[in-house]
Design a protein around this ligand. Sequence first.
Ligand code: SF4
Length: 412
Amino acid sequence: MSLAPRRPTRQILLRHPSHPVAVGGDAPITVQSMTTTKTADVEGTLAQIYALHGAGADIVRCTCNEPEAAEGLARIVPRSPVPIVADIHHQYRRALEALEAGVHCLRLNPGNIRKPEHIKAVAQECKDRGVPIRIGVNGGSLDPDLYDKYGGQVTAEAMVESAQRELAFFEEVGFDDVKISVKASSVPLMIEAYRQLSEVTDHPLHLGVTEAGPPPAGLVKATAGMAALLAEGIGDTIRYSLTADPVEEARAGRQLLEALGLRERKGLDLIACPSCGRAEVDVIKIANEAQAALEGRKSPIQVAVMGCVVNGPGEAREADLGIAAGRHRGHLFVKGKVVKVVPEDEMVAALVEWADVIAAEGVAGALDRADAGAAAEAEADRAALLDEKGDDANASEQRVDLIRKGRLAADG
Ligand code: SF4
C-alpha cells in the first residue's frame, strides 16, 4: 500500500539566513503553526516560536495586525530559529511594514485586502525583496461579490476563483513566488476546493481545516481533511488550526506526516538559534559538532545550541538540555535552568555528559545535580554582556525607525 505520487509543484523558498525552508517541488512537506502571543510581546513570542520549533514546526506565522506587531517583528525576526510568516489582516500597510521588519513570507487573505492597487503594491514589494506570499483564501471570509456570484454560498469553485483573481493581480506586476491555501471549516468542502485548485495551478499548496476547534474533535476533523489530500499526493505544507496550545498543533502536524511516512521519525532533536548580532560563538560549527556527537541516541531528547547567554537559555527554555555561549564560556541549562558553566572548548563534551545524565536520571535528576554557584555565575556573565553590547545588538531599532517613518509618510 502506498500514497498517490506527490503532485508536481513549483518550489518557493522562505529565505531565513541560517534555516531556509523550501516549500513545494521535491522539498519535504513542512509543518507550520501560529503563535498566540501578542506579536508586540517580543520575548513571549520568541519563547513560543522556539517551543513550536521544538515540537516540529518548520515555519511559524505571527499576526501583524497592528503597528506594534510590525515593530515586534523587527525585533523577533533576527532571533527566530525558523522562517517567520506575517499574517496580514485588513491593512496593506501592515504588509509593507512586515516586509520592512524582515519577515520571510506574507500571508494575505484576498477577502480582506481587496483594492487592486494595494494588492499590487504589496506584490511588487515582495518581488523586489524576494519574499514569497501565501494567498490564504478562507471560506469564512470570502470576497462578498464571489459569495453573491455563487448563490450566497461558499463553494469550492468560489474559493478557487478567489485564489485565481489574486494570482492575476500578482501576475500584473510579474510576481509569482506564491503558495496557496483554500481552507474551510467543512472537511468535504476543503477537500473539494484543494482538489479543484490542484487541477488548475502548480503553485505549492498549504493545507488546513480552518477553525477545526478544540481537540479531540478538532484533531480528528483536521486530520481527516489533510490526510485525505496528502494520500492523494496533494499538499506541500500543512497546519493544524486547533483551539489549543499551538505546541499541540505543531506536534500533531509532525505526527501526521510521520504516520503517513512523509517525514522521518526523530530520536535526537537538535535545535539551534540562527546566530544573530549577539552571537558569541560560531553557532553553526558547535551545532554540527553537537549533532555528530549526540546523533544515534535511541531515547528522544531535545538539545538546544544557542549563540548567546543573554537570550539563549530563555528562548530555548522548553529544550531538555541546552548550551549558550558568552565570554568564552558555555552556560549549560536544563529546561531553561543553568546547571553548570564550562570553558568554551568544552561545550560539546558537556552536552554529551549531561545528555547521559538525563538519559539515566531524567530531567529532575539532572536538575538535582546543578552546581550551586552556576546560576549566579551565569547571571554575572549575562549582565556583563548586556553592559558591553547594549540591548540592541541586532540594530532592530533602525528597522523600527524605518517602519515608523514609512507610517508617518503614508499618514501625511
Ligand atoms: S545569538 Fe542569542 S539572541 Fe541571537 S538568536 Fe542566538 S540566542 Fe537568540
